[in-house]
Design a protein around this ligand. Structure first.
Ligand code: FMN
Length: 209
């Protein structure tokens, strides 16, 4: 299958086969795709929770309007932004760059100042939006990688983020849930897999200048 054929194969899965689990090597590859997603300045201002525990997922299902994907998929992935994102996180990132690339931190002082300037210039609300955008991009990478591996997925915003935060004790970890995805294998009787894709026409969608 070509990349496009695989993207046509994928759909937002409504019913998962709860008996099937993603093999660990494929799961690791999918998670690595989120790790490799680009982010603004490379800051990765989020954490990604991989939830397998069935009892926790039952609770989360109630906080997601009873959507069965939460409990029936192989894994539930929660993209959570880091709250109170600031100088400390920028400095941790700067240390990581210097260590990874084995360079003198002085070399990146200018870049680090630019990042600090950006972070300082944003209100708490703006930072929340900025960090959330990075979560969505990582979600996109996960969905794309899943389709390439013929793993089914459903991106989901239909959940109560405050309740998720409470159930997962995210506040104490300086985190807040942004968007989630369920991954696994479609159920044979999920009728959505037979529906034609509805998309804008190319003429309507693209503007070439
Ligand atoms: C950010 C986002 C949130 C979504 N939330 C839900 C959701 O809570 N439940 C659900 O069943 N589908 C959800 N969807 C799936 C969309 O309805 C679906 O992607 C869209 O209708 C296009 O269909 P396709 O993905 O099957 O091509 C969401 C999709 C995105 C991108």
């Amino acid at each position: 299958m070509t990349v496009i054929e695989k993207l046509k194969w994928r759909y937002a899965t409504k019913k998962f086969d709860s008996t099937k689990k993603i093999p660990s090597e494929i799961l690791n590859e999918l998670l690595e795709s989120t790790e490799l997603a680009p982010s603004s300045y490379g800051l990765q201002p989020f954490k990604i929770l991989v939830i397998e525990d069935q009892a926790i997922r039952e609770k989360l299902k109630s906080a997601a309007y009873g959507q069965t994907q939460i409990t029936d998929a192989s894994q539930l992935i929660v993209f959570a932004r880091i709250k109170n994102f600031g100088i400390e996180q920028v400095e941790e990132y700067a240390d990581n760059i210097a260590d990874t690339r084995n360079i003198d931190p002085k070399v990146i002082e200018g870049f680090v100042d630019v990042m600090k300037g950006t972070v300082n210039s944003l209100s708490e609300e703006q930072l929340a939006v900025w960090n959330s955008k990075q979560c969505y991009l990582a979600l996109g990478f996960l969905l794309f990688a899943a389709a390439q591996q013929k793993i089914d997925a459903c991106p989901m915003e239909g959940f109560d983020a405050a309740k998720f935060d409470e159930i997962l004790d995210l506040d104490a970890q300086n985190l807040s849930s942004v968007v989630i995805a369920t991954i696994g294998y479609r159920s044979e009787d999920d009728d959505y897999q037979n529906l034609s894709k509805v998309r804008k026409s190319k003429e309507e969608l693209f503007i070439t200048i």
